[in-house]
Design a protein around this ligand. Structure first.
Ligand SMILES: C[S@@+](CC[C@H](N)C(=O)[O-])C[C@H]1O[C@@H](n2cnc3c(N)ncnc32)[C@H](O)[C@@H]1O
Length: 300
């Protein structure tokens, strides 16, 4: 069993009570900065992350979100300067094409492409049948898919939004001006954000000795017991034990989120990590809890 001691750079969040108390965050109160509507998106966790970082005595040099997805947490950290720099890591090449474009001089092209696209079932289907030839075309297609597919799911086998959603059918999640504004907002912060297409675990391993880096870890939920992540993400094979082992070796602080499954609790307990249950509402507005996991606490 691992019983790592807490490095001085790993304070924590987890000493004592859960900072913001057991209340459900109203996601409408969090600025939505991502162009994605991401399944499993962590908008609801933003206030906790903010609180965690603001309580640090020294601002982290780098905030590394190793499973970026829609990246709402990293974007908020960059926008509110809660760390000197933000690094987002994502393995899915479709999602990666969007991040690459957002942080490049093609961002304005993407914003314009979205605003000018005449959305309809026919136009979406026509475009989705074509293989994109450039990174920016792939980015546009990914945003389109994310907006018109049921639940925002990009994994293969997902159909278009049902015609009745919000009574607006295919365009019920297509907000061109809002998307363009978010894209321009991200481009404006590009100096503070680095995107890496690759394996988040590998990036964490490379940074393991650093005390000035912190990690936000939101993997696909595919640990034994609950396996929602398999359906939601094209890339969902994670070595969960390996991820927990890696987390126990890094010198920087981390916040990990997982679904509330017995297998997850066991992995955390075996490594003497701190565990907190946080309430949230899922997309069907059912109340449920997720787990927040952090480094071992000091024995007070
Ligand atoms: C739960 S989602 C992250 C959601 C994100 N926190 C948000 O708020 O939008 C997990 C993401 O990890 C990505 N992923 C899966 N395996 C990965 C790996 N080895 N390295 C980096 N990203 C990975 C998936 O493609 C998916 O986008």
């Amino acid at each position: 069993m691992f019983t790592p001691s807490l490095h001085p750079a790993q304070h924590s969040l987890f000493v004592g009570e859960f900072p913001l108390g057991p209340k459900i965050v109203n996601v409408a109160s969090v600025s939505q900065r991502s162009p994605f509507r991401y399944p499993g998106g962590k908008t609801w966790l933003v206030p906790e992350v903010r609180d965690w970082l603001l309580h640090k005595t020294v601002k982290p040099t780098e905030f590394i979100e190793i499973f970026a997805g829609g990246g709402i947490v990293g974007l908020t950290v960059a926008a509110e300067c809660l760390a000197e720099h933000v690094t987002l890591v994502e393995l899915d090449p479709d999602v990666a094409s969007v991040w690459r474009t957002l942080l490049s001089d093609d961002a304005e092209w993407l914003a314009q492409r979205i605003v000018q696209f005449p959305i309809s079932v026919a136009s979406a289907q026509e475009l989705l049948s074509v293989t994109p030839q450039t990174t920016r075309d792939r980015a546009f297609l990914t945003i389109l898919k994310n907006r018109v597919n049921h639940g925002g799911i990009l994994a293969p086998g997902t159909g278009l939004i049902k015609s009745g959603e919000n009574g607006k059918g295919i365009s019920s999640r297509w907000y061109p001006e809002t998307l363009a504004r978010r894209i321009r907002g991200i481009y404006a912060m590009r100096d503070r954000i680095t995107f890496i297409e690759g394996d988040g675990l590998e990036i964490m391993r490379q940074n393991a000795a650093r005390t000035d880096a912190v990690y936000f870890i939101d993997p696909p939920y595919t640990a034994p017991g609950k396996r929602a992540g398999k359906r939601l993400y094209a890339f969902n094979e994670i070595d969960h034990q390996g991820l927990f082992d890696l987390a126990s070796t890094v010198s920087g602080d981390f916040m990990m989120t997982y679904d509330n499954a017995e297998s997850v609790r066991q992995m955390a307990e075996q490594r003497n990590f701190a565990i907190h249950e946080v309430p949230m509402k899922n997309t069907h507005h059912a109340k449920m809890t997720e787990l927040l996991i952090g480094p071992t606490q000091h024995v007070l």
